[in-house]
Write a protein that binds this ligand. Sequence first.
Ligand code: NAD
Length: 428
Amino acid sequence: MSTPPTQQESELEEQLDSALVTARRQLERAATHVDVDDGIIERLKHPTRVEQVSVPLERDDGSVDVFTGYRAQHDDVRGPYKGGLRYHPEVNADECIGLSMWMTWKCAVMDLPFGGGKGGISVNPKSLSEEETERLTRRFAEELRYVIGPTTDVPAPDMGTDAQTMAWFMDAYSMQQGKTIPSVVTGKPPVVGGSYGREEAPGRSTAIVARETVNYYGGDLEDTTVAVQGFGSVGANAARLLEEWDASVVAVSDVNGAICDPDGLDIGSIPTHEEKPEAVLEQDAPESLTNEEILELDVDVLIPAAVGNVITVDNADSISAEIVVEGANGPTTFAADTILQERGVRVIPDILANAGGVTVSYFEWLQDINRRKWSLGQVNEELEEKMLDAWEEIRTEVEAKDLSWRDAAYVVALSRIAEAKAKRGLWP
Ligand code: NAD
């Protein structure tokens, strides 16, 4: 029998955690709970394709730089690859593969007809002018033209890219194809085929699963205190909705630190990162905290919604919340997750909690294909239904197999993918 890792070993392991290592570990762990053919698990450990391209850019001063771009396509047994394009200096092939695996599980857990993809360019977006970003994006679209498409692989915005980037990407692709094809990417501005409610969706889904989980464990949102790390797109939208639904949001933070009011903050009056970047500490509040302290606050629900790897072996024992809802991608390291599980903290995983984003991307794709726009009301209604269905499927596994919420989510995802693979078979 193997002995559990020491604290030092766990810390070392965490430092080595890459998206790919984590994604493979999670697959292996899920495989122990599901009766799936070993060959299928083996196939899922590897991406179908990883495209690497050189993207030349003429700078504003006339000089030329060449950047490296990637698109990892993990698995498309359930439909076209789907996932973001990020512009960040640390983008590399392994990270794209790991994150594309993550997207495979996320799409499957939401029962969307998509597989997982992820890509990007290794570049610091802050070092580019707007014109340079546009030229880089158009050339990247051209380099990827042969591996993406509305029925093959549908990118979306991610770190360092936004709705405008997607509009340029769609335009470049459409011009080369000789017709307007909005469904080649999602997360576009509504005026060129984007969906209403897309921006707010990951925060909305985070709030929905927080509400369902509180109710499931016998709580009532009216008596629930919440802390949200990261007051950006995900965190602010989740906090605003939870406040609207009568929860008491007692602390929020941005990159500079946190504010706290044990009687509940007036969330509606705090500008989001988009409205006024890094304005949280400018607000009147009885207490201010660090970003480490907000995670350990004595609240009912903790929503880490800023960056990855914030709950680690160093602080997992100090998390006081009974429920952690992962608004960010990968906020809990693999080792910390084990500690939280042992301590009985319920962790609602990112692949469910923030999946509102990819779900409304799916709605956007449907609207583009059908050339029929949905109202915001319809988007939110259908999102609510999809979230409740997914939450319910996972709850069933939690109860039936006595699993953590994360393991149960992976079991649901893996079962769907494995079943599709078994039915389609391996050819030749
Ligand atoms: P954002 O840029 O809108 O906001 C991020 C917020 O976190 C800001 O308030 C920023 O000040 C704060 N922040 C940054 N670094 C921090 C740090 N080290 N410690 C504490 N706070 C910090 O980002 P977002 O779109 O809300 O994304 C947040 C997380 O959610 C990311 O992990 C992202 O991958 C994930 N996510 C986003 C979406 C989406 O569509 N926006 C979808 C799914 C998952």
